[in-house]
Ligand binder design. Structure first.
Ligand SMILES: [Zn+2]
Length: 119
């Protein structure tokens, strides 16, 4: 998997100027002059390189004082990384934690998180 730490500034700049959606979620770029941060695939006009800084995640860009772009919504989980199963797993783990020590049937657990169990 691609990792922001292993990406050079040149690669990130290249991905930004070409609106390369393959890098969405891998890094974000923030624009000093507008105070906004974007996904690499954003179709907004690419600013001058000297005004750009790169962040590995949206939280860091926000911490640095940037607002998410209204166009590419870098504050939302991208469709590429959105995994419905991930949410089911998270909910399941939460229920198990809450009901720890109680007896739960697997099909009860399944219906609690909104999936049906086929055995
Ligand atoms: Zn944008």
């Amino acid at each position: 998997m691609r990792n922001q730490n292993s990406l050079s500034q040149n690669i990130m700049w290249e991905a930004t100027t070409t609106c390369n959606s393959a890098y969405d979620g891998v890094f974000f770029y923030a624009v000093k002059t507008t105070g906004i941060f974007c996904r690499p695939s954003c179709k907004s006009r690419v600013p001058n390189r000297e005004n750009i800084s790169f962040y590995s995640n949206a939280a860091n860009a926000r911490k640095a004082g940037y607002r998410p772009c209204k166009r590419c919504r870098p504050d939302l989980k991208s469709i590429i990384t959105y995994d419905p199963l991930e949410i089911v797993i998270e909910e399941t783990m939460q229920i198990i934690e809450e009901k720890y020590g109680q007896k739960i049937l697997l099909d009860e657990l399944a219906s609690m998180v909104g999936i049906s169990l086929i055995i």
